[in-house]
Design a protein. Structure first.
Length: 91
């Protein structure tokens, strides 16, 4: 399975390029640092990351409108999108 960069992403990392060590991070949206650190630990376990990204939960996208945007309100799909963004982002 080949991953490709999504055409559009609502994930908005800082405007800087990737760190010298090649890692990308998550933006703290206010008291989310503990949750972010846990997500980053899961991301840095390759077997977990790629297993989750290849998972088909059998659910169709549950598209809802939130603050003027249409998003897929499915936790598995959101984690797949987040992990793919962290994997493929240039920032």
């Amino acid at each position: 399975m080949r991953m490709e960069k999504p055409e559009q992403s609502y994930f908005d990392p800082s405007k800087r390029n990737r760190a010298e060590n090649g890692y990308a991070g998550l933006k703290n949206l206010g008291a989310t640092c503990y949750q972010n650190s846990m997500i980053q630990q899961f991301f840095n376990v390759p077997i977990f990351r790629y297993s989750l990204m290849c998972t088909d939960d059998g659910q169709a996208p549950n598209v809802v409108e939130h603050e003027g945007r249409k998003i897929d309100d499915n936790l598995v799909h959101q984690f797949q999108r987040l992990f793919a963004t962290l994997e493929l982002t240039d920032r």
